[in-house]
Design a protein around this ligand. Structure first.
Ligand code: GLU
Length: 302
């Protein structure tokens, strides 16, 4: 007898502004993936960076207005710093971290040399001697902490992309200003919260291998992923404020209530006919991951 206990899915917005229709579409998908598989659905506010006052409350209101519900309390990364520090200590004790004194500019300059994949850290500080490190500390530059990666590539399973292999590098675990890096926090949180299904925009697909690798090093299970297509503007760039009525508030101002917006999102996913306004239970009953579009949703020009 198999004893699979349903885990959890989640939506993890950064409270840097209002959610746009692409974010809301991803949230809807994350909810559908979780609920259709008997999972709990959690909301985690990723507020280690770029917080705009009031954004969190508006984001939660918008999710609720679409009918999405979630389980348990909202979790905020800013309230979980000891967890990230403990994970960093685990890696450091295992000899898997090092201090990096490079500035962004130095990394950019080094990365334009033919060292490897674009934007990957070229390893400048990996093998500094203790004396060199001390000299740099004495010069007053607060170091970031990086992972000493022992693999170049790692493979994850993705519901929409199949087996996906990606490059991994010496990712930053703690920034120079002492703030835990997103890649560490996300891995720690997903495991700690029992998240075994990660549904998010496919701009993060290339980060999944390094996150799953980090989970492995920490002795944590890797979640199953579903990286879903983004919403783009008519120029195939990320959706932004100037692209028209991109938020629920904009849509309301234009006379469209959240039910209509949900219908628009459902249509964009091939889950509703043009003349219907499906409820969330309707969408749940017809949800089929295999039938989801694989291409970005192009938002019409304003
Ligand atoms: N906080 C990230 C964002 O809003 C999402 C991270 C994730 O889902 O892993 O882009």
């Amino acid at each position: 007898m198999s004893l699979w206990v349903p885990g959890a899915g989640r939506f993890a917005p950064s409270p840097s502004g209002d959610l746009h229709l692409g974010n809301l579409r991803t949230a809807l998908l994350a909810w559908l993936f979780a609920r259709s598989t008997g999972r709990r659905f959690l909301i985690r506010v990723e507020d280690l960076d770029r917080v705009r006052p009031g954004a969190e409350a508006r984001q939660l209101d918008d999710l609720a207005a679409l009918g999405l519900d979630w389980d348990g309390e909202i979790v905020r990364q800013s309230e979980r710093l000891p967890l990230y520090a403990a994970a960093l200590d685990t890696l450091t004790d295992a000899g898997l971290t090092y201090e990096c004194f490079c500035t962004r500019r130095e990394i950019q300059q080094a990365a334009t040399a033919p060292h490897g994949p674009d934007g990957h850290y070229p390893g400048t500080c990996r093998d500094l001697s203790e004396a060199q490190r001390q000299a740099k500390r004495d010069a007053g530059r607060p170091p970031a902490v990086r992972l000493r990666a022992a693999a170049n590539e790692f493979t994850v399973d993705d519901e929409l992309h199949g087996r996906y292999s990606g490059a991994i590098d010496d990712v930053v675990l703690r920034r120079g200003d002492g703030v835990p890096a997103y890649n560490l926090a996300v891995v720690v949180d997903d495991a700690d919260q029992g998240v075994d299904q990660v549904v998010r925009g496919d701009d993060l697909l290339s980060s999944a291998p390094r996150q799953a690798y980090l989970a492995r090093l920490l002795g944590l299970p890797a979640p199953r992923y579903a990286h879903v297509p983004l919403a783009l503007n008519h120029e195939k760039k990320r959706l932004a404020k100037r692209d028209g009525a991109v938020t629920l508030a904009d849509q309301r101002a234009a006379g469209h209530d959240p039910d209509e917006v949900r219908a628009v999102l459902a249509r964009s996913l091939g889950m509703a006919a043009d003349d219907e306004t499906p409820t969330l239970p309707d969408l749940l009953s017809r949800f089929d991951p295999a039938a989801l579009p694989r291409d970005p949703w192009i938002f019409p020009a304003p």
